[in-house]
Write a protein that binds this ligand. Structure first.
Ligand code: ACO
Ligand code: ZN
Length: 342
């Protein structure tokens, strides 16, 4: 699914192509034609569009437009990274295959010399905002999109290169960005981040999450997820990630939820309810239910759903859930929930 390489015809297994979909495609085309007429008016009123708000036809147009990657590679700190998806950089950047990012302020440029000149002037050595966590070489910075608008926008442009399904929010004012860095004597190097709405009616505690490709599969993703729940615990709220989740997002969340819940169930003696699990972990009850259901740990007995946790079964599931990822040391988190300043 990722647009991270060109493949040769020999690499495709054409025998596995299914032909039975024809009828459905026909149906879709007909309904697309109909909605195309109807949607014009809607289009004019939707300036900022999230995929949820698009009808089938506009979604297809959007997909057509963003199908082809515009930027092939980026340079960021000591890495050259191949991108995965289209990102709506301002039009003047669209003729460049490669963009050069300042790894600290995330300003981007078309030529290496411009970046070199910028690096001589740029005095940032870490993301703007407050350092709210430091443990060993790992630091987390909280960046308010309202106070650091350009940084927030740059981060969204960068992130979209690796996120397929997310709409880019220009309105970064409404978000806080949690930027995870590995620090050394040259500065704090961004590893990944997550964004969070300042106020979420749907109890989302995370909007977008990204680990930059050179740092993936090292446990940073699970660290970011765990961190988002630690913030929710401090707020005294339950949270859930914004939907839809990507394939990698779902894998990471499922792994996290499984490990956290089964660890508790293993240690716990006696009965425990989903509500209690939710209070302990800040994981939303629905996510607990779907996780336990997918592990077949929920049974229906005497008209009630009950959690059945045989220790051997738990061990098997825990083993399958993979490594735990990097731990969040809560004693190193210095943070108070966001409050609007008058
Ligand atoms: N193939 C198979 N499984 C994978 C892969 C992969 N390429 N990447 C992650 N996983 C699974 C594994 O189970 C892994 O655990 P394991 O290594 O112990 O087996 C687990 O997910 C998470 O591994 P981490 O190392 O903790 O996570 P990582 O730092 O790689 O970050 C993330 C995960 C953030 C989802 C990353 O893949 C990413 O940035 N992807 C691109 C952007 C994206 O899709 N973000 C989520 C969108 S949904 C949303 O934003 C709400
Ligand atoms: Zn800079």
């Amino acid at each position: 699914m990722r647009l991270d390489e060109w493949v040769k015809l020999e690499q495709l297994d054409l025998d596995s192509v299914e032909t039975v979909v024809d009828e459905k495609v026909e149906d879709k085309v007909t309904s697309l034609k109909m909605t195309r007429h109807q949607k014009r008016k809607i289009d004019e009123t939707h300036v900022e569009v999230g995929h949820e708000e698009l009808d089938a036809a506009s979604l297809r147009e959007h997909e057509e437009f963003t199908k082809v990657k515009n930027i092939a590679t980026i340079e960021l700190g000591r890495y050259e990274i191949e991108t995965w998806y289209f990102s709506p950089f301002p039009p003047e950047y669209n003729d460049s295959l490669k963009l050069y990012f300042c790894e600290f302020c995330l300003n981007f440029m078309k030529r290496k010399e411009q970046l070199q000149r910028h690096m001589r002037k740029c005095d940032l050595k870490h993301p703007p905002g407050d350092e709210i966590y430091r443990s060993g070489t790992l630091s987390m910075f909280e960046v308010d999109g309202k106070k650091n608008k350009v940084y927030g926008q740059n981060l969204c442009y960068l992130a979209k290169l690796f996120l397929d399904h997310k709409t880019l929010y220009y309105d970064v004012d409404l978000f806080l960005f949690y930027v995870l860095c590995e620090c050394d004597d040259r500065g704090c190097h961004m590893v990944g981040y997550f964004s969070k709405e300042k106020h979420s009616e749907e109890s989302y505690n995370l909007a977008c999450i990204l680990t930059l490709p050179p740092y993936q599969r090292k446990g940073y993703g699970k660290f970011l997820i765990a961190f988002s729940y630690e913030l929710s615990k401090k707020e005294g709220k339950v949270g859930t990630p914004e939907r839809p989740l990507s394939d990698l997002g779902l894998l990471s969340y499922r792994g996290y939820w499984t490990r956290v819940l089964l660890d508790i169930l293993k240690k716990h003696k006696g009965n425990i309810s989903i509500k209690e699990l939710s209070d302990m972990t800040a994981i939303k009850a629905e996510d607990i239910l779907t996780t336990l259901q997918s592990l077949e740990l929920i049974q229906y007995r005497k008209g009630q759903h009950v959690i059945c946790a045989d220790p051997k079964v738990l061990d098997r599931h825990l083993k399958a859930a993979g490594r735990g990822g990097l731990e969040v040391d809560v004693s190193k988190l210095i943070w108070t929930p966001y409050k609007e300043q008058s």
